[in-house]
Design a protein around this ligand. Structure first.
Ligand SMILES: [Zn+2]
Length: 403
């Protein structure tokens, strides 16, 4: 009798838990084994109801709305909502369960905005609708306290995905020198190692134009911190950028798993790497984790062959130069290559924890030579299998890159 009563109570507790968490099957963009983007049915977990894209950890909304996108919305919008929801939970799970981040474990629900073109304003949340509308990229914005006189409510950390907009790539200066596709132009630029020009190039493809020589560097590198990830996306995107081979550039960032991982990595690392602006260090670290979460052999092979730091397929390998310390975001390629190679030296079973612990000793403004290298040595003292001999390996490696 007592046991039966106990079971009944237990059963009702379990039922309450079930009622509070739903699962649904929805179409989303995922990668196949060859890193191609495909649309496939996936299970969305930890939903708070069976009517809309609101879960325990993420709420997916359209533009400036605070209401979650409904399961009755048009398919094209639901594909973006399901893709972001699915990959954000995967990224969160990685930081919670693999890296064991307490910060991520206790993060409140995060609002994710789709198809929002407003510029971020740290006082007003959204800048005026007509001010410099943004397309083809994504961005993670810091929390704000709101502004009572203008009835602006406080907000938490948010991730914004922009609408895609077609850009004819004949307007890119470099397109005449390659076969005219975005893919070829991007590849040539990476291989030539002309970082300033690469920066201009990426700026052009993201903004579609140059405003009298003004470059919004922060905006452009927030798309994907490093050009190798951007190139990998373009080499294998047929859903998110299905027109690129037809000489038109557009990017639906909400349909690209690696961009979603990159943006969530900014959130997960924001305890130390503040979200106020982009730098080679915070972009390079975010892409290191984007590549870890992707956990793709094809992507790892591309990174191995094409990273400018030590890639086999790169004609002119990068050595450290003092001008990398200027807060110039194209150098996130160099930082990413450095982190990726150090991860290889540290070993597969330790690299995620190593780079995560390393990131806790850094800030967005950390320098590469002084701060990043000394933080690596400190982290090795704590995390390396054999700190003494592993540090010698690291010093030799730094030396080979002209540090
Ligand atoms: Zn970024």
């Amino acid at each position: 009798m007592t046991f039966k009563f106990f079971s009944l109570v237990l059963l009702s507790i379990l039922n309450i838990q079930n009622v509070n968490s739903f699962e649904v099957r929805k179409n989303a963009v995922i990668r196949d084994d060859k890193f191609n983007a495909i649309i496939k049915e996936v299970t969305l977990t930890d939903l708070l109801n069976n009517k809309c894209y609101e879960g325990k950890y993420f709420k997916i909304v359209l533009g400036k709305s605070e209401k979650a996108i409904s399961f009755d919305s048009p398919d094209s919008l639901q594909l973006k909502a399901a893709t972001t929801y699915y990959h954000l939970n995967k990224a969160r799970n990685y930081f919670d369960k693999v890296v064991l981040s307490n910060y991520v474990h206790s993060l409140p629900q995060i609002t994710i905005r789709l198809d929002l073109s407003n510029v971020f304003n740290e006082v007003g949340h959204f800048a005026n609708d007509n001010l410099d509308p943004q397309f083809n990229n994504a961005l993670t914005v810091p929390a704000g306290v709101g502004y009572e006189p203008k009835k602006i409510e406080p907000w938490g950390i948010e991730i914004w995905f922009r609408q895609s907009k077609e850009i004819d790539i004949r307007s890119f200066p470099y397109s005449q020198r390659s076969d005219g596709s975005v893919k070829a132009a991007l590849h040539d630029f990476r291989n030539q190692n002309h970082l300033n020009t690469l920066q201009n190039f990426i700026n052009l493809i993201l903004q579609g134009e140059v405003n009298g020589g003004y470059f919004d560097i922060n905006g452009l590198m927030r798309l994907a911190g490093t050009s190798i990830i951007l190139e990998a996306i373009y080499q294998s995107s047929n859903v998110a950028a299905d027109f690129f081979s037809q000489k038109i550039y557009r990017l639906d960032s909400a349909l690209v798993p690696e961009i979603i991982y990159h943006e969530f990595s900014h959130v997960a690392l924001s305890e130390h790497l503040e979200l106020s602006h982009s730098s080679p260090v915070n972009e390079g670290v975010a892409d290191f984790f984007a590549s870890q979460i992707a956990n793709s052999k094809s992507l790892a092979t591309k990174i191995k062959d094409y990273n400018l730091f030590s890639g086999k397929e790169v004609r002119k390998k990068q050595q450290y130069r003092i001008d990398f310390e200027q807060n110039n975001n194209a150098n996130s390629d160099f930082v990413f290559g450095l982190l990726w190679n150090v991860g290889q030296l540290i070993g597969k079973e330790r690299e995620s924890k190593f780079i995560f612990d390393l990131s806790s000793k850094l800030s967005t403004n950390s320098s590469i030579k002084e701060d990043l290298l000394s933080a690596m040595i400190d982290t090795c003292n704590e995390d390396c299998k054999n700190p003494f001999s592993d540090k010698i390996v690291l010093y030799r490696f730094f030396d080979s890159k002209n540090f």
